[in-house]
Design a protein around this ligand. Structure first.
Ligand code: FAD
Ligand code: GLY
Length: 374
């Protein structure tokens, strides 16, 4: 028999990394398997926004999950730095969710009222106030939600930070090992079958992003998920400085260290193709120019694409397989996997340990969509 572990995590993205890190912190002997390179998929493509308020309205279970996760970043940044030496580049300079017309203005003011009722800070800024704060922004912006607590991180650094910290706590990571199937019998999982042989554990966690559906279909579970491609590009602006993340309908500008700005992202459902298209980048460029006209003077850096895992009802799957005990699933984080990674790591580690979770996971049950149909 091959080596036996307390848990095996499938997937070396931010979600698999967060889970392995949390399990290791609790003393588990963990193996993480990644079919390609670590952080090579969605987690390495993300802009790193922690948009609990910018990307959600302020009601529902996803919002509760997101605000809890966002609040974990300050402590996490310190822990990762101390354990691995990696700086996740947490920036807490807030976000401006900008309106370009009256309809958006009306909608965002409604969202501000809802978010304030939930106890969150959210303020309306006029176009003039926005430009006073960020002089490089254009006159086309008629106002904005100012969201002080929506920060950002460097997504690849966060992913590698989780993984390197996990290794420092004893996790074994194997790249280029693909999980083909699970060892299943009598309603339980006992390991995985891979291109490098079998590995054994009574706990297996599938964190395979957009590829989780295919793997789990072999267990008789049809997750209602689909891939959504996102293209981005980055530039370096030597003179025109933007400090706050700007989020608008169809385009965002995320200022990073050294004048670098990430411009994202397209949303192309139902494709695993990672080609960056001229069409995608031209649309983003037009929108970026509308927000920040002087971006035309910035120096081109690069363009890339990633595949987001989306679910039919927009909520991630966080829970145990409905048939096989010990087989856990954490996927479907769509546009917010970076933001949701700390809380996902914590609650999945709770489930594996059989402990009560810090929040109700009922809305995220793996069999929820199946049950609705029956
Ligand atoms: P992935 O990062 O895709 O990782 C899954 C891993 O599992 C992959 O490395 C894959 O190779 C591996 N794998 C799959 N099957 C197997 C198998 N059978 N055996 C072994 N390994 C396997 N989120 C935010 O919160 N903020 C943002 O600003 C943000 N911006 C984004 C911008 C873009 C352009 C994109 C594409 C996404 C963005 N996201 C953002 C979303 C975020 O990136 C995803 O939700 C998150 O990365 C999903 O993480 P994951 O670990 O589930 O998936
Ligand atoms: N959350 C940003 C994106 O998915 O593009």
């Amino acid at each position: 028999m091959s080596y036996v572990y307390d848990a095996i995590v499938v997937g070396g993205g931010v979600i698999g990394g967060a889970i392995a890190y949390n399990l290791a912190k609790r003393g588990g002997k963990v193996l993480l398997l990644e079919k390609e390179r670590l952080a090579s998929k969605a987690s390495g493509a993300a802009a790193g926004m922690l948009g609990a308020q910018a990307e959600m309205d302020g009601e529902g279970s996803l919002f509760q999950l997101a605000r809890k996760s966002r609040a974990m970043f300050t402590q996490l940044a310190g822990e990762i730095k101390e354990t691995s030496g990696i700086d996740i580049e947490l920036i807490n300079k807030g976000m401006l969710k900008v309106a370009l017309n009256e309809q958006q203005q009306h909608e965002y003011k409604r969202v501000i009222a809802i978010q304030r009722q939930s106890g969150e800070q959210a303020d309306w800024m006029t176009g003039e106030e926005v430009r006073r704060k960020e002089p490089v922004l254009s006159d086309a912006i008629t106002g904005a939600m100012h969201l002080e607590k929506d920060g950002q991180v460097e997504a690849t650094q966060l992913t590698l930070g989780f993984l390197k910290s996990a290794v420092a706590r004893g996790v074994v990571i194997k790249e280029f090992v693909e999980v083909y199937y699970f060892q299943l019998s009598k309603g339980k999982v006992s390991g995985v079958v891979t291109n490098e042989g079998n590995f054994y554990s009574e706990n297996v966690i599938v964190a395979g992003g957009a590829w989780s559906k295919k793997l789990l279909s072999k267990t008789g579970l049809q997750l209602d998920t689909y891939p959504v491609k996102g293209e981005c590009f980055s530039v370096v602006s030597h003179s025109q400085i933007l400090t706050t993340t700007v989020f608008s309908h169809g385009c965002y500008l995320v200022p990073k260290k050294w004048g670098r700005i990430i411009v994202g992202a397209t949303v192309k459902p139902r494709t695993f193709c990672k080609k960056v298209t001229v069409e995608g980048i031209s649309i983003l460029m037009e929108q970026a120019k509308k927000l920040m006209p002087s971006i035309v003077e910035a120096e081109w850096e690069r363009a890339w694409a990633g595949i987001r895992p989306q679910t039919a009802d927009g909520l991630p799957y966080l829970g145990e397989h409905p048939i096989y005990k010990g087989l856990f699933i954490a996927t479907g984080h769509f546009r917010n996997g970076i933001l949701l990674s700390p809380i996902t790591g914590e609650v999945i580690a709770d489930l594996v340990e059989g402990k009560p979770t810090s929040l109700n996971l009922e809305p995220f049950r793996v069999d929820r969509l199946v049950r609705q149909l029956t």
